[in-house]
Design a protein around this ligand. Structure first.
Ligand code: PMT
Length: 401
């Protein structure tokens, strides 16, 4: 159960359309037991009034570094000391840039500089701004300084664009904030997760791949990190941001995913194979772009890729090893066969013939199969499913020595 009981949260609100969600966020943080004070940038006040956030938080809202009255009541240094967590939501691209540069040019950046509290940001911006190399460089700088990043989510945006940059929903941010204070059901555990597709090169411009977006594996990585695990995400090519507190290892093809997995898996407690790994790769990769010929047909000879999860399941001691099976027919039978053949402890079967779940969807519905039982998890968001699955897996792990 998430809790922020007796925690002091300083909510920073910066300029962006998602600022209206900060009002709800205050409520969600309070629901979990937090006391909330608010600092707004001047741009934030263009989107929502301090009065609204003052009424909801029950405390005066701080807006200016150079306000003698406010400084006399609770100045920036006192605010910096008061906070257990500084949570900036929404965090604009401009705010992230100023924070990354170590600037103290307004009250919020100054409090961040002065405070020893944990710092977390929920970015919200247009997808182009989020993808911009400048923002991504700032993100990396902040992550390297152990700033927690919640989101952003992917989807339709206020400006009409579709892509990454939407602020997470207030309830998700509140849960993520609470997880920073909890030891969690996977505290002290190491979890390794594969996610996304692999790409098997044909020539310098073509490859064999599949429709996996990585959403399921990334959601699992976030849920494992929220549960307190040291989490490693071995990811094929995706457009997703690294989840907060997760170490991502980028790979392109199945052999690289195999190498990275066998590097990280020894000694881990839980290994989850959510990736859609190509079963076969071209025997040879052409050095130059293949040219069209007069023939109507072309044959590419393929060779089997190594089975990553089956190799992990042979390790001694064996990590608790969980596979996924995406099937369009005979779901449970095929999944059970994979469970046995790969010597897995559990397999998560998803029916990709059902619309709205499986590859590249935001939802999933699965059946968990182990050698003795089956359990259905009905359709829900991949994020929720991941949390539910991680909670169930945490109960099944052997107790730590
Ligand atoms: O990424 P998303 O768009 O969110 O979609 C999620 C998903 C549908 C890809 C995911 O939920 C899923 O089902 N992943 C497994 C896809 C699959 O069918 O895998 P498979 O049947 O080829 O393999 C079974 C298991 O063995 C999987 O855990 C797979 O990661 C693993 N495997 C397969 C081949 C191989 N060479 N090495 C492996 O480790």
């Amino acid at each position: 159960m998430s809790s922020l009981a007796n925690k002091h949260i300083l909510l920073g609100v910066t300029g962006g359309i998602a600022a209206y969600k900060s009002a709800d966020l205050i409520r969600r943080l309070q629901d979990l037991g937090a006391e909330v004070r608010v600092v707004m940038t001047s741009a934030a006040q263009e989107f929502i009034t301090p009065l609204t956030l003052q009424a909801l938080s029950g405390n005066p809202v701080h807006t200016s570094l150079l306000d003698p009255e406010a400084e006399a009541a609770m100045g920036h240094i006192q605010l910096a000391r008061w906070a257990d967590l500084i949570l900036v939501a929404p965090a604009s691209a401009d705010f992230m840039a100023r924070l990354a540069q170590g600037k103290g040019d307004d009250l919020l950046t100054t409090v961040c500089l002065a405070s020893a509290a944990t710092l977390a940001l929920a970015p919200a911006m247009n997808q182009g701004m989020w993808r911009n190399p400048g923002t991504q460089a700032n993100l990396q700088t902040l992550q390297a300084r152990k700033v927690h990043i919640f989101g952003p989510a992917d989807g339709s945006q206020a400006c009409g664009d579709v892509g990454p940059g939407r602020m997470l929903e207030p309830v998700q941010i509140a849960i993520a904030a609470a997880s920073l204070f909890q030891p969690g059901s996977l505290a002290g555990r190491k979890v390794v997760i594969t996610a996304g597709p692999t790409r098997e090169a044909i020539d310098p411009v073509r490859y064999i791949s599949n429709y996996s977006s990585g959403k399921m594996g990334y959601a699992l990585a976030l849920a494992a990190a929220e549960a307190g695990a040291r989490t490693f995400l071995i990811s094929g090519p995706t457009n997703l941001a690294v989840p907060d507190r997760v170490t991502r290892i980028d790979v392109t093809n199945a052999q690289q995913m195999y190498d990275a997995s066998l590097q990280e898996a020894p000694g881990c407690d839980l290994f989850i194979g959510a990736a859609a790994v190509a079963d076969y790769r071209p025997v040879t990769i052409a050095a130059h772009k293949l040219k069209k010929t007069h023939s109507d047909q072309m044959t590419i000879e393929l060779v089997k890729n190594p089975d990553i999860i089956a190799a992990v399941a042979t390790l001694q001691p064996k990590p608790f090893t969980v596979g996924f099976a995406a099937e369009s027919e005979n779901l449970l039978t095929y999944a059970r066969t994979k469970l046995q053949q790969k010597n897995l402890d559990l397999i998560v079967a998803n029916n990709i013939a059902t619309e709205g779940i499986g590859f590249d969807s935001d939802d999933n519905a699965v059946t968990l199969i182990d050698p003795n039982s089956e359990q259905e998890l009905t359709q829900r968001s991949k994020q929720q499913l991941a949390r539910d699955l991680i909670a169930l897996l945490a109960e099944r792990l052997p107790t730590q020595q």
